[in-house]
Ligand binder design. Structure first.
Ligand code: KIV
Ligand code: ZN
Length: 386
């Protein structure tokens, strides 16, 4: 039986914290509606006590969509009170409260002790729970926390009523097999773990956010915290589209989500445009080159059968078609394909001549576009039928 993974989207909270990516409430509403259509389960809408703008966003998103709306808090009374107020209109509200769990955070951020942190965590969960909403607890910097203490904390907050417990790799420190083992350890040592959903929230400082998230899900976590295009603090968060397509491509994992993958490319473009945050061309799934083939060997193999070089059908992520880029590395098969798309049908001798002229242009330019091709055809003294 396939296990459903809840998708918790934090594009509008962890993602929006990135300098320069700030959005107005109206823009957040537009993105939230698209996230709902995409099929996410929960949208983290902001940190209400941090600013009037974030408070308003949580209020307006609560009204605008029917999926879960989550508000972030520290484990402080005033934060939880303000979050409870902001979630008043949510059809399914969730308070995401938490505190540091690693000794580094306990000593150097809070200047306190494990005992006091544990006490505060339990109090915060109980206080949030009394607001009548779902409660998610985050054990900040869990990736570097002492495992036995982390297990003690997870057990205590579940006993206090947490519905979801988030095990963040806040600093992006973990290696996938070790992060997976952390989650497995919790499943083996926390007595009441079946009373809550374990959530994975990974950062990309070592480029491992997606790998760590998958390791955590495989080890039993039931929720993935992700952002569109992987935007987020420093090197970013786990990318929603990568997790979505790993789960869809590797059916053998026995996992599924509610996501409609054909909407991924459009929402990636929307978020990138609204946040003025370009997507790197080689970004998995949604980058401009994700379905573009440029070397001769790959182009020839792809044109014989797309499965030779593509593991995902571009239409499955909303990209209309793969593309064959013409560069000095391209071969005759790619040139012939692109000429045919323009209506030319060169025979072998014509193609050889065209290819020679194409290489001269391709060596001068980085890539050869359709108008270059038309000029090449016009300048090639052979009869090429149109
Ligand atoms: O990375 C992190 O630890 C966070 C928490 C606030 C959940 O974003
Ligand atoms: Zn985070």
């Amino acid at each position: 039986m396939s296990r459903k993974i809840e998708i918790f989207d934090t594009t509008l909270r962890d993602g929006e914290q990135v300098p320069g990516c700030q959005l107005s409430t109206d823009e957040k509403v537009v993105i939230a509606r698209e996230l709902e259509l995409l099929g996410v389960d929960v949208i983290e809408a902001g940190f209400p006590i941090s600013s009037p703008g974030d408070f308003l966003s949580v209020v307006e998103l609560s009204k605008a969509v029917n999926v879960g709306i989550c508000a972030l808090t520290r484990s402080k009374k005033e934060d939880i009170d303000v979050a409870g107020e902001a979630l008043h209109h949510a059809k399914r509200g969730r308070i995401h409260t938490g505190i540091g769990s690693s000794d580094i955070h306990i000593k150097h951020k809070f200047n306190t002790t494990r005992e006091k942190v544990l006490e505060q965590a339990v109090w915060a969960v109980g206080y949030a729970k009394a607001k009548g909403v779902e409660v998610e607890f985050f054990a900040e910097d869990a990736g570097r926390a002492d495992l036995a203490f982390l297990a003690q904390m997870v057990e205590a907050v579940i006993a206090a009523g947490a519905d979801v417990v988030n095990i963040p790799d806040t600093t992006g420190y973990c290696l996938p097999h070790l992060y997976g083992k952390r989650i497995q350890y919790l499943f083996e040592h926390v007595k009441n773990i079946d009373k809550a959903t374990i959530s994975v929230h990974c950062h990309n400082d070592l480029g491992l956010a997606t790998a760590n998230t998958m390791a955590g899900l495989i080890a039993g976590a039931g929720q993935a915290e992700v952002t569109i295009n992987g935007i987020g603090e420093r090197a970013g968060n786990t990318s929603l589209e990568e997790v979505a397509m790993i789960i869809k491509t590797h059916k053998d994992l026995g996992l599924h989500t509610n996501l409609k993958s054909e909407k991924l490319f459009a929402i990636s473009t929307l978020v990138s445009d609204m946040m003025r945050m370009p997507v790197q061309p080689n970004k998995a799934i949604v980058g401009a080159n994700a379905f573009a083939h440029s070397s001769g060997i790959h182009q020839d193999g792809f044109l014989k059968n797309s499965e030779n070089y593509e593991i995902i059908n571009p239409a499955d992520v909303g990209v209309p078609t793969s593309s064959i880029l013409l560069t000095a590395r391209s071969g005759r098969a790619a040139l012939k394909h692109r000429l045919e798309l323009l209506g030319y049908q060169p025979n072998k001798i014509e193609l050889d001549q065209l290819y020679e002229n194409f290489l001269i242009v391709a060596d001068e330019k980085k890539s050869v576009n359709d108008s270059d091709l038309i000029t090449i055809v016009a300048n090639t003294p052979l009869l090429v039928q149109k």
